[in-house]
Design a binder for this molecule. Structure first.
Ligand code: GLP
Length: 248
């Protein structure tokens, strides 16, 4: 795992990496995309780069990591809405190349299988971005999630509900379940970039470097052949100088 300690917003570094890879590929490219407060700076920076003709998304296919169950694309609290209003409205990813799990699907198990099949049919994910929860979750893979898990319905941890409900206009409306890519789905991406900001993420960032533990899903990513953690100073507060030095 490579560590980048960001001066300022981690998303600006994330956007640089995304543009470099998309431009190098020069054609088809498959992105895995997160939601959450941390990702917003990356989406803003990517939209600006697109406007400045520094990147072209015409060949890009996108797969989001997760979606709440029971929220449709028109619901302001859904990840569909988040992605549309923070990113997709501002770049040229073709609508038919945008993929987000359908949290309204009548048959959720079938929707999870469909999503996995579609990722496989696209040739797998070239570059996957993620945030991390305070409890170390990746997408909605909460502590205890299986290391090799695939896209599935998952229960949100009480601490995740607490962290995310503040984003809801009416916090009693937050769903307690989501469709999430599994840790195995995520690990299969050819490159992974995780972004972490602020003191609340410091314990999860520390756990990323301390060996695999079911208590900290982020720890399962450590062994990936091309994984970068971009974290600000506050999120790195619990790392020893040795760990920082060894992962530069
Ligand atoms: C949600 C998402 C995660 C994301 C996390 C971090 O729980 N399901 O994929 O990593 O939020 O969010 P934030 O950046 O708002 O702290």
């Amino acid at each position: 795992m490579k560590l980048i300690i960001a001066e300022g917003k981690t998303g600006l570094y994330g956007a640089e990496i995304a543009c470099a890879r998309i431009n190098k590929a020069g054609g088809k490219f498959v992105l895995g995309l997160p939601t959450g407060r941390t990702s917003m700076a990356m989406y803003g920076a990517l939209a600006q780069k697109y406007k400045a003709a520094a990147v072209d998304f015409a060949g890009v296919t996108a797969f989001n990591l997760d979606e709440y169950i029971g929220l449709g694309a028109g619901d302001k609290d859904s990840y569909h809405y988040f992605m549309q209003s923070n990113f997709f409205d501002f770049v040229n990813i073709a609508p038919h190349n945008i993929n987000i799990p359908d949290g309204m699907a009548a048959d959720l198990a079938a929707e999870c299988r469909r999503y996995e099949d579609k990722i496989a049919a696209a040739g797998g994910i070239d570059l996957l971005f993620g945030g991390v929860g305070e409890n170390g979750h990746i997408a909605f893979n909460e502590p205890g999630s299986p290391k090799g898990g695939r896209t599935r319905v998952a229960d949100l941890a009480p601490s995740t509900i607490k962290a995310n409900e503040t984003l809801f206009e009416d916090k009693t409306k937050i769903p307690h379940q989501a469709i999430t890519m599994g840790l195995g789905t995520i690990y299969d991406a050819r490159e992974i970039v995780i972004m972490a900001e602020g003191p609340k993420k410091a314990a999860a960032v520390k756990a990323a470097f301390e060996g695999e533990s079911a208590l900290w899903p982020i720890s399962y990513l450590y062994s990936h052949k091309a994984v970068t953690l971009i974290a600000d100073k506050e999120a790195c507060a619990l790392l020893t100088p040795e760990i920082i030095e060894r992962h530069k």
